[in-house]
Write a protein that binds this ligand. Structure first.
Ligand code: PMP
Length: 287
């Protein structure tokens, strides 16, 4: 089946979809994005993703191409047209294509924002064997720009981080700045010691994960303690458990950091329990 995608107001077969070479996301990474997961053919935490998108747009003074209600309809229609039961919807909004290259932002009155959405079919996303195995990670220096709270499409360093991990024979990397872990290349980072979950506090240094917000809420409801503070790789290595969260990986246990096994070296019981709770509760609230 040919995938149907959405580009600037039109639903099209993917091979007919086109964007301008002058689009500022292409030339300057002047675009923001969201990834919403789909389970049972429904969207997980769409409201959270829509809210963060509005914040990213407003921080960059970028006009919105449509209302959040219209965006929900486009998401739903693409999921339906492409028959997605488990997978993702990728959404990108750009400052548009002014018809030439210029550092200055175009006048929003004459340059409409660009919008692209497509689905990715991922059967078995929720029952991923990776969750039973756990992830191995390395630490790398965080050399990204200072506004990581804005979800921009400038993902070159996270891509480089994934390649460094691949080269080291592991699954992913956590980034470290001034001696403290910021986050994973495409996820938020946590460790558990006793009954306490530790993760970096929200600031411009990290993306404010939608999954992070939900998982911390469920953890508090399950009577776990939460400390939002800076932590080092050494502290995480000495923890009982570690894990990451993201919209596409949900809660994923981390079993090794820089060659050091975490706890027993197998996925921890609390991380696996949080994954179960997150999946159950998110499915119930899906739209
Ligand atoms: N941090 C970074 C750098 C990310 O790219 C992502 C995933 N987009 C996350 C955290 C997790 O955010 P979310 O739970 O909203 O997917």
């Amino acid at each position: 089946m040919t995938r149907t995608v959405y580009v600037n107001g039109e639903y099209l077969p993917e091979h007919e979809a086109k964007v301008s070479i002058f689009d500022r996301a292409f030339l300057m990474a002047d675009g923001v994005y969201e990834v919403t997961s789909v389970l049972d053919g429904k969207l997980i935490d769409f409201a959270g993703h829509a809210k963060r998108l509005e914040r990213s747009l407003s921080e960059l003074d970028m006009p919105s191409p449509c209302t959040m209600d219209e965006l929900l309809e486009i998401h739903r229609k693409l999921v339906e047209l492409n028959g997605i039961e488990e997978g993702l919807v990728y959404l990108q909004v750009t400052r548009g294509a002014p018809g030439d290259r210029d550092f200055a932002w175009p006048d929003p009155e004459t340059c409409a924002p660009g919008i692209v959405l497509f689905t990715q079919n991922k059967p078995g996303l929720a029952n991923s064997p990776a969750a039973q195995k756990g992830m191995k990670i390395i630490s790398i220096e965080d050399v990204r720009w200072g506004r990581r709270d804005i979800k921009t499409v400038q993902l070159l360093y996270p891509s480089m981080g994934k390649m460094m991990a691949k080269k080291a024979g592991v699954d992913d990397a956590w980034m470290v700045q001034d001696g403290f872990v910021t986050e994973g290349t495409s996820n938020n980072a946590y460790f558990i010691k006793g009954n306490t979950i530790v993760t970096r506090a929200l600031s411009n240094d990290i993306l404010h994960g939608i999954t992070r917000a939900a998982v911390l809420r469920f953890a508090a409801e399950a009577q776990m303690q939460i400390e939002e503070r800076n932590f080092t790789i050494e502290e995480a290595q000495a923890a009982d458990e570690a894990f990451i969260t993201s919209a596409s990986a949900f809660v994923m246990p981390v079993v090794e950091i820089d060659g050091q096994a975490i706890g027993s070296g197998t996925p921890g019981p609390l991380a696996l329990r949080l994954r179960e709770i997150y999946l159950d509760e998110s499915r119930k609230a899906a739209v």
